[in-house]
Design a protein around this ligand. Structure first.
Ligand code: ATP
Ligand code: MG
Length: 336
């Protein structure tokens, strides 16, 4: 059986952008395939500590998994939920892959370059985390790793490390599919990018300071509605989907389509030619408020204990699969 693997860092609260652009598509993909594939959903807690953590890591870890469930993740015996740090093979394999990875290729990672630029105080974890990510994937022979564009380079690195290892030590690793095929598998060729509400030329980001720029999943739903009402639009007085000339209005149409689970084309048709932006804003505000209210209600019904139970089963499975692969690796290298 093939394996899909995904994780979301639990460093802070998520935005509506993270939810609509990453979490929800992942949950839909998992539900679509979990009858014929393993779906590994893990909390990359070892990746968390390379950066600042906003709040309590333990609480954030539980909340992350609750988000998947509140977003509609269906559980069955093929869905495995685990914490990275509870599966020691991740760190073990990371070390071995460190000895296969080259300084040059690791230094070329855009994420590393961006985060380390001009900073002597950048930790080694930031440099090395793509190698740990390769271990996260290769331990489970995962072929499909649904990720955002910002992570494509890391998939290519994983493929390179796996291939180099296999060439040197024998066919041990399953090489994940190319990023182009990952995109096809995800079925999101037109990747969703929710925009910043005040500066719609930029994408919505959790690290943006302005409160009204972003909607957080724990925002009071009525307050979130107000943020939509105060979103930046334009002075063209005509509703049209045109991300280049009318990014604010286009963003609202996009949000409306996703929160109401309506094809974007239908939403565009419904509002085509409308001249009163207030009407559109009011509708989007209502629908975002309703979506958040429902989401938060589902979230509040999920008990911590039920998450710990999922971890217990998932970590037993993960340790079983990962330690078997690690042993294969250790034997190939000559450590066993
Ligand atoms: P930061 O400001 O810290 O970079 P972020 O909001 O950009 O935070 P990330 O942690 O970088 O979030 O990304 C988490 C996931 O959410 C990734 O898969 C990313 O592609 C997706 N994502 C982030 N922002 C958006 C957005 N505005 N619209 C759609 N998807 C998004
Ligand atoms: Mg980001």
């Amino acid at each position: 059986m093939k394996t899909i693997l995904t994780g979301i860092r639990a460093n802070s609260e998520l935005t509506l952008g993270n939810y609509l652009g990453a979490l929800l598509p992942m949950v839909r993909l998992a539900n679509k395939h979990s009858n014929e594939m393993n779906v590994n959903i893990f909390v990359p807690d070892l990746h968390s500590i390379i950066a600042e953590i906003d709040g309590d890591l333990q609480k954030n870890i539980l909340r992350t998994i609750k988000y998947y469930l509140a977003a509609g993740l269906e559980l069955n015996e093929n869905v495995h939920i685990y914490r990275q740090s509870y599966v020691p093979a991740h760190s073990e394999l990371c070390w071995i892959l460190n000895c296969v990875a080259l300084m040059g290729e690791a230094s070329r990672m855009t994420q590393f370059k961006e985060k380390s630029e001009g900073r002597d105080s950048c930790n080694v974890g930031i440099f090395d985390y793509p190698v740990l990510m390769a271990a996260d994937i290769l331990l489970y022979s995962a072929e499909y790793v649904p990720i955002g564009e910002d992570q494509f380079q890391h998939i290519e690195l994983t493929r390179n490390l796996a291939t180099r290892f296999n060439n040197k030590y024998g066919e041990v690793f399953v090489v994940p599919v190319k990023t182009a095929e990952q995109v096809k598998f995800m079925g999101i060729s037109d990747g969703v990018r929710i925009r910043d509400l005040l500066n719609p030329e930029k994408k919505m980001s959790k690290s943006t300071l302005a409160e009204n720029s972003k909607i957080m999943l724990d925002d009071d739903p009525a307050k979130a509605g107000k943020k939509i009402m105060s979103a930046t639009t334009d002075s063209l007085a005509k509703v049209k989907f045109d991300m280049f000339n009318q990014p604010g209005i286009s963003n609202l149409l996009q949000i409306e389509a996703l929160v109401t689970d309506t094809p974007l084309q239908d939403v565009i048709m419904t509002w085509a030619g409308e001249t009163r932006y207030g009407e559109l804003k009011k509708k989007v505000a209502e629908d975002v408020t309703r979506m958040l209210t429902d989401f938060q209600a589902r979230l509040s019904r999920i008990r911590d204990e039920s998450i710990y139970e999922l971890f217990e089963d998932g970590e037993e499975y993960a340790n079983h699969v990962a330690s078997a692969k690690l042993l294969e690796v250790q034997k190939a290298v000559g450590l066993r």
